[in-house]
Design a protein. Sequence first.
Length: 150
Amino acid sequence: MGKKENTDGIFRFVKSDSCKVSVNDEQQKFVSDRAKIEKALKQENVMGFDIMHGEDIIGFAMLRQYEEKGYFLWNYLIDENCQHQGYGSKALRELIHLMTSEYRAENITTTCINGNDTALKMYQKAGFIITDVIDEDDIHETDLILKTEA
């Protein structure tokens, strides 16, 4: 599979070169398609992680490093069969811990497509703050940042 990245929590993050989980049809519009994810993961500054709970892959996270200590959380998915069990919020907190402890992230940014209220609430609960709301002809999103520096 890939190099295992350890955390102190109940999830493991395993480096991955593809997204192996699925979301329901309604959620497809909120995430990149598999071909775009696989193409992006070939870039040197992009990394993907399978989110493991025990031996099961329950999610996927993809991040792009945009500056020395800054990362963009490009895609974050919990498999449709594992949703509504608290995995998304708990794994996000552990992903943040991984990014700060192993990758020295001081800023993690992300965007939420307008209408993805569940994700927006999850990010805000994890400490992300809204920096911009864009509602233009071809862009409808909320931009968020988490500053992890002390």
